[in-house]
Design a protein around this ligand. Structure first.
Ligand SMILES: NC(=O)c1ccc[n+]([C@@H]2O[C@H](COP(=O)([O-])OP(=O)(O)OC[C@H]3O[C@@H](n4cnc5c(N)ncnc54)[C@H](OP(=O)(O)O)[C@@H]3O)[C@@H](O)[C@H]2O)c1
Length: 326
């Protein structure tokens, strides 16, 4: 089968499309014929050795994708050959076939196309887990979303609005901010403005009840200074590449909580709960209450350009890679 292989850590350009044997089948697993993979920040960072997960080389990238079940291990129930599925595989989706634990393969909702399915699980699973389960965001609370025009960001705006919160979106360009508005954001902040000052201004000096931080770096300190009393500061990612240091006095003075929340860890530790969440999100999509946004599509041969565009912050919403021709 053809696959995008990382044979040594280094610049993205070193990735190559190779012909490799299909992965071996395992108990508890399903083999998926991948149609479309989505592109996530770890796909960009991992081959450059800039991500905390460091698979031994050679490895096939692609943490997430969608396609059709080709083979089912004898001990797996609930999935059959021919079922359309979306998967958070962790690795291996930039290839014609991937073998994943059955708990990582979710039925694609009827009516959802493969490119939407390829980029559905991780971003909606994360936004839902962070805001609903970990932050317990409530109606009429104020939510600030950093990195709001990205994959998780747009989903967070949608989920925040669905929960009845007021949503303030933070993004770097007028085009990105316009997309946040289109997805329901009530107020907008540009990243070159002071987060602390603007959040306080927009909330009458009170601050935000929940701050969804998937960016890290300098943004974290500035945003944390504008958390409301008893607010929840959600640590959910470091798109800036910089893990922030949190000042304890800011948490103490506001009696705030700083909470880490990861959908990947939920999937590893409590796959049943993750599966319930994905079924719920699929149901919301079928009722037209969610609006996935794929804005960039690449052919398999364009994988290096695709990864660079995502890494250079040029993509709004989700980018996908067609493993099989469109
Ligand atoms: N907690 C979880 O369960 C979980 C799950 C999946 C992913 N993540 C992590 O969450 C983060 C965001 O994921 P995503 O899928 O939303 O990514 P994405 O689609 O690439 O969006 C990231 C956003 O962050 C902003 N950003 C600020 N500085 C950046 C930089 N130096 N490089 C790239 N983007 C930068 C960008 O917006 P502006 O240009 O507007 O600033 C961009 O829209 C990543 O770190 C990812 O690894 C967490």
């Amino acid at each position: 089968m053809k696959a995008v292989v990382c044979t040594e850590y280094g610049p993205i350009e070193r990735l190559s499309i190779q012909s490799v044997p299909a992965p071996a089948m395992k108990l508890g697993s399903v083999r998926i014929g991948v149609k479309v993979a989505s592109i996530n920040p770890p796909d960009v960072l991992m081959p450059q050795d800039k991500y905390h997960v460091k698979p031994p080389v050679p490895f096939i990238g692609g943490i997430e994708g969608a396609g059709v079940v080709l083979e089912v291990a004898p001990d797996v129930t609930g999935l059959s050959v021919g079922d359309r599925v979306m998967t958070y595989a962790g690795l291996g989706c930039f290839a014609e076939q991937v073998v994943v634990p059955a708990s990582r393969a979710f039925r694609t909702p009827d009516g959802m196309d493969d490119e939407t399915a390829a980029g559905f699980v991780l971003v909606y699973g994360t936004a839902h887990h962070v805001l609903v389960e970990a932050a317990a965001l409530k109606q009429d609370e104020t939510l600030v979303v950093l990195g709001a025009s990205g994959g998780i960001g747009l989903c967070s705006i949608q989920i925040g609005k669905a929960l009845g919160a007021r949503v303030i979106a933070v993004a770097s360009t007028p085009e990105k901010l316009a997309k946040c508005k289109e997805h329901g954001a009530d107020d907008l902040i540009r990243t070159d403005e002071s987060l602390r000052d603007r959040i306080k201004e927009l909330t009458g000096g009170r601050g935000a009840d929940v701050i969804m931080d998937i960016v890290g770096g300098d943004a974290t300190d500035s945003a944390l200074r504008a958390i409301a009393p008893y607010g929840r500061y959600m640590i959910a990612g470091y798109a800036s590449g910089i893990v922030p240091n949190i000042k304890a006095n800011l948490i103490f003075l506001k009696q705030a909580r700083v909470i880490g929340a990861s959908f990947r860890i939920l999937l590893e530790r409590n796959p049943q709960a993750a599966a319930v969440n994905i079924r719920h999100l699929s149901d919301l999509w079928q009722r037209k209450l969610l609006r996935p946004e794929v804005t960039a599509r690449y052919r398999f041969e364009q994988v290096v350009d695709a990864l660079k565009h995502v890494g250079d912050r040029k993509v709004i919403g989700k980018a996908v890679l067609y493993v099989q021709p469109e």
